[in-house]
Design a protein around this ligand. Structure first.
Ligand SMILES: *[C@@H]1O[C@H](CO)[C@@H](O)[C@H](O)[C@H]1NC(C)=O
Ligand SMILES: *[C@@H]1O[C@H](CO)[C@@H](O)[C@H](O)[C@H]1NC(C)=O
Ligand SMILES: *[C@@H]1O[C@H](CO)[C@@H](O)[C@H](O)[C@H]1NC(C)=O
Ligand SMILES: *[C@@H]1O[C@H](CO)[C@@H](O)[C@H](O)[C@H]1NC(C)=O
Ligand SMILES: *[C@@H]1O[C@H](CO)[C@@H](O)[C@H](O)[C@H]1NC(C)=O
Length: 515
């Protein structure tokens, strides 16, 4: 590259307005090498319409691969389109100018070179940019293709320089005839202008169109390998997207599972605690019978108050457990989700890398491209599916929300036993007699009720400690669960990264050895 970037652009002094008007190319129809004999300028330049349409056809309808993440393929594809555009538009405008002038047989003075100056400048400016475009194309194609592109474009550039030279000489010859006062005719042209100038001009034009034919073949080959790569990338990125969606669906299922568990546990707790409260409350009407009796009044009133306090305590413990369970389980989901998504994010570039490696194999358009695709394309799909299945397994096996079942059940049992102990104890006291029993019995009942208040207070302290324990266990277990999901995903991640690295090596080897 760069060999041909430093070209001397000869500006043809295509001046309008010589004393006798501008020299024209559209000389008499029968001049040798202009419209007659082989090669001749008119037929050589006339080829421009066919070569232009062939070359445009080589990229016609080419859809650039538009994929997630940047890939060289987009930049290279755009460069290929620009290169073809610059040649079919800017370079070929010069040939179209020559073709127009020669086939319209305009005679002097018509000033027909006037508008060729700028066209010629644009053509050389485009050719100067071509090396940069080829460098962009090179990143996605084989060195053979790049070599072919470079040599076709160099050939075009050399021939364009020749065209510029010969037009200049032609102009000088015509200008000399005009200056000598002779008319511009077939005879004066043949006498005064070296036939080699006309012959070589026609030849140089032919070289441009011939090189464009060669370029067409190379562009077709590159385009088709780019499309092949684009298709591969599209197909695997669709698979990848499906895998990611699938991970997200698992995540959503898991979220629903967490929400379901929370409400089911909350339901169980409030059910059991509710029954505990009801058991105790059911004793109230009988306790009240003793409030109005002098012998039992004080103890019964204290118990009445104690029952209120106990029930409030039970309910408040129930609320504490339920809300800390909800917040812990929500945190489990958030923790597991964050970790899984972090893993997805970490794995994506790794998988993309293998994908781009395979796509590069295809766009290199090498002899082994299709075999390497057959051989390793499946491995990339496996990589994507392994990621999906692996992350799903981490969720399903290690983020199981069923773990709290035993805590909740045991805790419920403890609470139920304690509330039953209280209600049984109250009923026991009340069954000792009634407010019409003898005083000694009623004093016994009062003593029994007073002890129940103490018992109830002791048990409630226990319930409060139990609640704290359960909350601590839920917290610890949820931490452990997130850690299990994390280590599961981390192990998976290492495995996939290693597999992808191995796959990259295999792909690279396949590109050169077909193995
Ligand atoms: C063509 O180029 C010559 C040489 O650079 C310049 O003198 C002339 O003005 C140009 N003519 C037009 C029409 O641009
Ligand atoms: C010529 O190439 C340039 C980039 O070098 C690009 O921007 C431009 O669109 C191309 N021209 C045509 C006519 O395609
Ligand atoms: C030369 O080509 C340019 C660009 O297409 C055009 O504007 C101009 O009219 C052409 N001149 C002749 C003499 O064909
Ligand atoms: C998956 O969900 C995460 C949020 O958890 C989101 O950022 C990402 O865009 C989703 N991916 C797909 C493919 O829907
Ligand atoms: C029992 O205690 C409640 C407050 O907890 C009180 O409102 C109610 O009047 C008491 N009943 C009797 C009979 O003292």
């Amino acid at each position: 590259m760069g060999v041909w970037s430093a070209c001397t652009v000869l500006l043809i002094p295509l001046l309008c307005g010589l004393s006798h008007g501008s020299p024209d190319l559209g000389l008499d129809i029968s001049i040798d090498f202009v419209t007659r004999n082989n090669p001749n300028i008119q037929s050589a330049a006339g080829m421009v319409s066919i070569t232009t349409s062939d070359l445009q056809g080589a990229i016609g309808g080419y859809q650039l691969a538009k994929l997630n993440g940047a890939t060289n393929l987009i930049v290279s594809g755009e460069a290929l389109i620009s290169l073809v555009g610059n040649i079919t538009v800017n370079v070929n405008d010069v040939l179209r100018n020559i073709s127009f002038v020669s086939s319209n047989k305009q005679t002097a003075p018509s000033c027909m070179f006037g508008s060729m100056n700028a066209t010629m400048d644009r053509a050389f400016a485009s050719l100067d940019q071509a090396s940069t475009l080829i460098m962009s194309i090179q990143t996605s194609t084989s060195s053979q293709n790049t070599g072919a592109l470079t040599s076709w474009v160099m050939m075009i550039q050399t021939a364009m320089t020749d065209i510029s030279n010969y037009l200049d000489q032609l102009y000088k010859g015509v200008a000399a005839i005009v200056a000598s006062g002779q008319p511009l005719t077939q005879f004066t042209i043949q006498e005064n202008i070296n036939q080699a100038v006309l012959f070589n001009l026609a030849g140089a034009i032919s070289v441009v169109t011939t090189a464009e034919k060669g370029l067409t073949t190379t562009v077709r080959a590159i385009r088709s390998s780019f499309e092949q790569s684009g298709n591969i990338l599209n197909s695997y990125s669709n698979d990848l997207n499906n895998a990611l969606n699938s991970v997200n669906n698992t995540q959503r299922d898991y979220y629903n599972q967490v929400v379901g568990r929370i409400s089911s546990y909350q339901g169980k707790i409030s059910w059991e605690f509710g029954w505990g409260v009801t058991d105790i409350k059911n004793t109230l009407s009988r306790v009240n019978n003793f409030v109005f009796d002098q012998d039992t009044s004080q103890a019964a009133q204290q118990l009445n108050i104690s029952i209120g306090v106990t029930n409030t305590a039970i309910q408040s413990n129930s609320v504490i457990i339920q809300s800390s369970m909800q917040s812990q389980m929500t945190q489990i989901f958030t923790g597991a989700e964050a970790f899984v998504q972090t893993n997805v994010k970490a794995l994506l570039p790794v998988i993309d890398n293998s994908l781009f490696g395979l796509a590069a194999t295809m766009s290199e358009g090498g002899a082994f491209a299709s075999n390497c695709n057959i051989k390793y394309g499946g491995a990339i799909k496996n990589l994507e599916n392994n990621m999906r299945d692996g992350l799903q397994k981490c969720f399903n096996d290690y983020a199981n929300t069923g773990y709290t079942d035993s805590f909740v059940s045991e805790y419920n049992m403890v609470i139920r036993e304690q509330t039953r102990t209280i209600s049984n104890r109250i009923n026991f006291c009340l069954n000792l007699g009634s407010n019409s029993s003898p005083k000694v019995i009623k004093l016994g009942i009062a003593a029994c009720l007073a002890e129940t208040v103490a018992l109830s207070e002791a048990l409630m302290k226990d319930v409060s400690i139990q609640s704290k324990l359960v909350v601590a266990m839920i917290n610890l277990e949820s931490l452990a669960m997130v850690q299990r999901v994390e280590s599961c995903a981390a192990i998976l991640n290492h495995g996939l990264v290693a597999k992808a690295a191995k796959l990259d090596q295999l792909l690279a080897t396949c590109q050169t050895t077909n193995q």
